[in-house]
Design a protein around this ligand. Structure first.
Ligand SMILES: Nc1ncnc2c1ncn2[C@@H]1O[C@H](COP(=O)(O)OP(=O)(O)OP(=O)(O)O)[C@@H](O)[C@H]1O
Ligand SMILES: [Mg+2]
Length: 247
């Protein structure tokens, strides 16, 4: 019985920051979608890079000894950053890079098609993290304004549903990012910008709001997660990657 229960339990992957892990109940969870949302420069992409590396760590170091898929919709993925983060953890950067499948998604259709294709790959290639950075960029650009809202929402929901299925079936963590404007009143044409990215609001999962603080510090807050107590914490973006903030 114990063994069986162990198999069905969600696993956690460390973010690199103990305080951020604690906020999330031990790290980002498998079998679910975790959304990081916030304005530009809040660290969404940095966290994604870090998770693509950290999933490769052994379990006693907070990983799953597995591979990552990075669906890059904005062209902001950097191998140099993976190299830097790997070395900081004492990992062989070449091996780490081999275990990250980077896919540049050129439009929302492509982005959705890539996720569909992953169903054949997940188990065979031991993929336990699927990152979509950003989830919403292409959809916002291609379906602007209120007149396109229903269609955009329908497509996004289908996309999220597929991600959720991937996460559940293959015991993987789905990580998505969502840029949210600081001044939604300036984007009155875009109702999802105005409500702070509630695009993902109805999908199952964990939503983490990121805000800037002094220097390299960032504030993370979990919102609308029934099973995680509300609260916030501070972490830092350093040259080594995501870490606890000092002082
Ligand atoms: N090698 C590095 N060393 C230290 N800090 C870095 C490094 N690379 C990036 N950063 C920091 O990470 C921050 C950028 O974060 P990131 O790109 O994750 O933002 P984002 O939330 O993805 O923004 P956007 O919405 O524009 O995509 C910057 O403050 C930058 O200084
Ligand atoms: Mg980014």
């Amino acid at each position: 019985m114990e063994v069986k229960r162990e198999r069905f339990k969600a696993k956690k992957i460390t973010t690199g920051s103990k305080s951020l892990d604690e906020l999330l109940g031990g790290g980002v969870e498998t079998k679910t979608i975790t959304e990081f949302f916030g304005e530009y420069g809040t660290g969404k992409t940095q966290i994604c890079h870090q998770l693509a590396v950290n999933v490769q760590l052994p379990e006693d170091k907070g990983g799953l000894e597995a591979k990552a898929v990075y669906i890059d919709t904005e062209g902001t993925f950097r191998w140099e950053r993976i190299d830097q983060m790997s070395r900081a953890l004492g990992l062989d950067p070449d091996k780490v890079m081999e275990n990250i499948y980077w896919i540049r998604a050129i439009n929302s259709h492509h982005q959705m098609a890539v996720v569909e294709k992953l169903f054949d790959m997940m188990a065979r290639d031991n993929i336990r993290v699927v990152i979509v950075d950003s989830l919403t960029g292409h959809f916002r650009a291609e379906f602007p304004g209120r007149e396109n809202l229903a269609l955009r929402q329908q497509l996004l929901n289908r996309h999220l549903h597929q991600l959720m299925r991937l996460a559940e079936i293959y015991d993987a963590a789905a990580i998505v990012t969502n840029q949210v404007m600081a001044r939604p009143d300036m984007f009155f044409g875009d109702p999802t910008a105005a409500v702070g990215g509630h695009v993902v609001g109805h999908a199952p999962g964990v939503r983490v709001q990121l805000r800037k603080s002094r220097g390299n510090k960032r504030i993370a807050r979990v919102v609308d997660a029934p099973h995680i107590p509300e609260g916030e914490t501070v972490f830092a973006i350093t040259e080594y990657g995501i870490r606890d903030s000092e002082g």
